[in-house]
Write a protein that binds this ligand. Structure first.
Ligand SMILES: C[S@@+](CC[C@H](N)C(=O)[O-])C[C@H]1O[C@@H](n2cnc3c(N)ncnc32)[C@H](O)[C@@H]1O
Length: 231
């Protein structure tokens, strides 16, 4: 077992996975995305997801900003932000295979000196404050949304940006049905990493109570993309 994985495995506590109480949720999520990324191969994931494109538009000009992305995956969004003038970016992810691929992409682009990439749990690791904090399709992978948001919000000096499945109205209903089907199918395939439709109103209340206000939002299919600004 390598040191990074050992660190996550040893991080066991109340959020142990119900379906395998011997391992932490973080470890299971990391393994799930490791095998996804390894199956897809090194060239995959080079185009941005529609939520990342929406976030780039809503966040605006990154020139001179420092940016922390939790659940950065293969680093596509951070790479785009660096190319658009960000001063420096940091990425954290539970999947070591994703972080390895992100490192390779930054090195190939000649931008390795302006990025710091780490394997770890964004709900638990101490986070270095940055101008912007981004969670793109990450909160929905994590059962303890409150813990993840509580740990990451204080690290955002100016903007807190995220994308999640919409929990409101007919989209919320459709997203919940979709998740149930996905989770059921994954269970049948013995892939026990679940996804969640967390309550958007609760997320909004937490951010408002932490001194943020909604600057912009968009709906992309069943996804909700939002940027909050520190007042
Ligand atoms: C659906 S992928 C999205 C990756 C990337 N943000 C994108 O949009 O392409 C979710 C990623 O979040 C990571 N992740 C989930 N929960 C996390 C947590 N608590 N801390 C760090 N990474 C996390 C997973 O390992 C996975 O790489």
């Amino acid at each position: 077992m390598n040191d990074r994985r050992h660190k996550i495995d040893c991080d066991r506590d109340a959020d142990q996975c119900a379906c395998d109480p011997g391992r932490s949720v973080g470890s299971r999520i990391g393994d799930h995305f490791d095998s996804k990324v390894e199956r897809a191969g090194p060239g995959a994931g080079s185009s941005l997801h529609k939520t990342s494109v929406a976030l780039l538009g809503l966040m605006g000009d990154p020139t001179e900003r420092t940016i922390l992305e939790l659940g950065c995956g293969r680093g596509g969004l951070l790479l785009e932000l660096l190319r658009s003038g960000a001063a420096g970016v940091r990425g954290l992810d539970l999947s070591s295979a994703s972080v390895d691929q992100a490192r390779h992409r930054f090195a190939t682009a000649g931008l390795a000196d302006r990025v710091t990439l780490e394997v770890g749990d964004g709900a638990k690791m101490p986070l270095e404050p940055s101008d912007w904090v981004v969670l793109d399709r990450v909160i929905c992978c994590y059962p303890d949304a409150d813990g993840l948001v509580a740990n990451s919000v204080p690290a955002a000096r100016r903007l807190f940006a995220f994308s999640v499945p919409n929990s409101r109205g007919w989209r919320g209903l459709a997203a919940r049905v979709g998740r149930q089907l996905d989770n059921g199918w994954n269970g049948l395939c013995r892939r026990s990493c679940k996804t969640f439709v967390h309550d958007l109103d609760r997320l909004d209340r937490t951010l408002t109570a932490s001194g943020f206000s909604l600057r912009g939002h968009e709906t992309r299919g069943l996804w909700y993309v939002a940027v909050y600004e520190r007042a």
